[in-house]
Ligand binder design. Sequence first.
Ligand code: ADP
Ligand code: MG
Length: 274
Amino acid sequence: EAVLPLPAATRIFTISNQKGGVGKTTTAVNLAAALARSGARVLVIDLDPQGNASTALGVDHRSEQQSVYEVLVQDLPLAAVVRPTTEHERLDCVPATIHLAGAEIELVSLVAREQRLRRALDTHLAQMTDPYHYVFIDCPPSLGLLTINAFVAAREVLIPIQCEYYALEGLSQLLSNIELIEKHLNPVLKLSTILLTMYDSRTNLAQQVAQEVRDHFPTQTLSTIIPRSVRVSEAPSYGQSVISYDYSSTGSLSYREAAGEIARRGARQSQENN
Ligand code: ADP
Ligand code: MG
């Protein structure tokens, strides 16, 4: 396994796109697994009531389990709901349960309703002897209070874009929401990374979408493109990343490459800033 540079401070990503089925969860889980294998300590926070990231990492998220819901709504410390994964010893997960579906409404009347995840996460990181190198927050397909909590807790936004029809539709709304958050709630938030997913090189459309995204976001778009691959879609039902499910598959290879790019870009940027 290639060893990648580790960030000096925790890099916190929110994986956002208000569209469903674009590869948010797949990206969160597989990048996290790739980075853990390359030497990083990684946390995935599942913020989608569906709990797909929890499932993909083999973490119990039945409704009687405590989850990120209790953290957001009942002020339970994050440490109380961090679970190890069978995927990798350096990869932990905060599961979501179906109760989270109600949190969108319950949060409305709570104080500091947009900051609750941030406070819990920052407190946890500050208390850890060896804090995580990476945190990935897997968002639900909406722009409600759960996603806002993720934007406020994160420092970087990663947008997965599916190389298909209407890929760019809704993107301007997402971008203006990120700008609003930056202005009012989280000045350090930046769109650092765009990942093209589910690419089918046989279609002209996929190539056009990829080119269009690169034209709009030349610095943010990773060179690596995730191909459409059956192995990627099979892995979650075994509670595994595609990397442990089928190490030498194209999906595994491309997620490992994307993780490498993210790690090396971060290292380059922190050098430039010093
Ligand atoms: P989201 O979290 O944005 O809703 P998912 O990550 O759950 O999207 O992906 C939607 C569906 O597409 C899932 O069934 C997933 O397994 C599948 N999928 C994601 N990425 C790929 C890929 N590269 N190749 C094939 N299937 C994929
Ligand atoms: Mg998802």
